[in-house]
Design a protein. Structure first.
Length: 65
């Protein structure tokens, strides 16, 4: 997607929300849903062309594919 959308100036990234305290993550998960969401919003607001096609954690740390 990152290659196909680039010509339209659309960035494509994959995001990992972290281990979130939800029904799926369970009560022992390390992040509150609000923490994960706030981190994702900060990351999305900071994206530029250099991020295109990469994989990031909710806190902006780049992950390997």
């Amino acid at each position: 997607m990152s290659y196909d959308f680039r010509k339209h100036k659309i960035l494509a990234v994959a995001l990992h929300p972290g281990w979130v305290r939800t029904d799926m993550g369970g009560p022992k998960a390390s992040l509150a849903p609000e923490e994960s969401a706030q981190g994702i919003v900060r990351l999305l607001e900071s994206l530029d062309e250099s991020h295109n096609g990469n994989f990031y954690q909710y806190d902006g740390v780049k992950m390997e594919w």
